[in-house]
Design a protein around this ligand. Structure first.
Ligand SMILES: NC(=O)c1ccc[n+]([C@@H]2O[C@H](COP(=O)([O-])OP(=O)(O)OC[C@H]3O[C@@H](n4cnc5c(N)ncnc54)[C@H](O)[C@@H]3O)[C@@H](O)[C@H]2O)c1
Ligand SMILES: N[C@H](C(=O)O)[C@H](O)COP(=O)(O)O
Length: 338
């Protein structure tokens, strides 16, 4: 059996102008699992958040990421200062994961616009994680466990932070093969699913209606699916499922047990996958980066600058992100993976 007490994980505080430090302070006392958690971010700002919102500091150690004396965080306004701080915090955490025996990192949300304002050109935290870990095969997977039925929804995005108009060009059989391979490996290694049922969305309304409203399905998506069925005979691959009805069975499984739901869903673009995930499970879903040499989880929400500093942010998704990171670390320890 794995020993959760020996597992070391990092928790970044995210953009200090947003709700990151608040949800971390609220989440730490209520996580279900036990592990050694170390915070990474600006200590003074965390103390200020604790005081401002009346949230007790916990006794978790913190790796301080400094701010210059003339730098100020403006609550509710992500900018170059807060963006650079959250960027350096994540860089620091990744460095520790790569060298210092940490099993992974739970990242509080950052604002991509604040990173850009600070001159850090990344579509999101995922790409910095992949770059520093030197991996090119990685994916953005959302995992949400229903509090009503315990059923777990796992949704991998084939493309992520790109403009919608680029989706048809970026999506290729090679991209889908890579994402499917990552999903299957993750289902087996992290979730113990050996003969999975996986559903893949179509791109066009009604999956193209036999070419009448879009040709991607008949031109390459259906042939690609047939080739993958031959490659993976132990996997049930369903698709291309019309993207509107794809989410009916997971929604039913989320609310009351339904036999037809799948172990994994492959959505072709960001909002195709994340509208159903966040609609069903905004408080439960966890964003996890698969393909890294360490674990990375994050809440599914963003910096929520509109409510920062008010003390009303819900910590549920952050709690789920910490609990999932610990579960994955225990699972990998048991299986002898890192
Ligand atoms: N993991 C991440 O780093 C991550 C994830 C998603 C979005 N983002 C970034 O966050 C920034 C803001 O994004 P957005 O406005 O689209 O989404 P958001 O999730 O920050 O906010 C959407 C809405 O949900 C509310 N909300 C969010 N989290 C909440 C919580 N814990 N409790 C209560 N209400 C909550 C907000 O007040 C807002 O009304 C963007 O820069 C985006 O890129 C980062
Ligand atoms: N698309 C994610 C979401 O909406 O939750 C997200 O913005 C997070 O991206 P990174 O993990 O790459 O920061």
């Amino acid at each position: 059996m794995g020993n959760a007490r020996q597992i070391k994980l990092l928790v970044t505080l995210g953009d200090m102008a947003g709700i990151g430090p608040e949800v971390v302070l609220k989440a730490l006392p209520v996580v279900q699992q036990t592990a050694q958690l170390t915070l990474v971010g600006n200590e003074q700002q965390l103390m200020a958040c604790s005081k401002r919102l009346g949230l007790p500091l916990t006794d978790h150690p913190i790796i301080d990421v400094p701010l210059a004396a003339d730098q100020t965080i403006r609550i509710g306004q992500g900018d170059a200062v807060s963006g650079d701080l959250s960027f350096r915090s994540l860089q620091t955490a990744i460095g520790y994961c790569l060298k210092d025996g940490y099993s992974g990192v739970i990242t509080a949300p950052i604002a991509k616009s604040a990173w850009l304002a600070a001159g850090h050109h990344y579509p999101g935290q995922t790409e910095l994680l992949a770059e520093m870990a030197e991996v090119t095969r990685f994916g953005m997977l959302f995992v949400a466990r229903s509090p009503m039925t315990d059923w777990t929804m796992r949704t991998l995005l084939a493309t992520t932070h790109i403009p919608l108009r680029q989706v048809p060009e970026v999506l290729t059989p090679e991209v889908l093969t890579l994402k499917l391979e990552l999903l299957l490996k993750c289902l087996e290694r992290d979730f113990g699913v050996e003969n999975p049922k996986v559903a893949i969305a179509g791109l066009n309304p009604h999956s193209g209606e036999q070419g009448q409203i879009g040709r991607e399905e008949i031109d390459w998506l259906i042939p690609w699916l047939n080739s993958q069925r031959q490659r993976f005979p132990h996997v049930t691959l369903e698709g291309p499922v019309p993207p509107d009805t794809l989410w009916v069975s997971p929604a039913k499984a989320w609310h009351h047990l339904e036999q037809q739901a799948h172990h994994g869903y492959l959505a072709l673009y960001h909002d195709q996958g994340l509208i159903p995930v966040k609609m069903l499970a905004f408080d439960q879903a966890v964003n996890t980066t698969i393909g890294l040499p360490f674990i990375r989880t994050s809440p599914d929400h963003g910096t929520a600058f509109d409510i920062a500093g008010q003390g009303i942010a819900r910590p549920d998704s952050m709690v789920a992100a910490i609990d999932l990171a610990i579960e994955l670390a225990v699972q990998r320890q048991v299986n002898g993976h890192n």
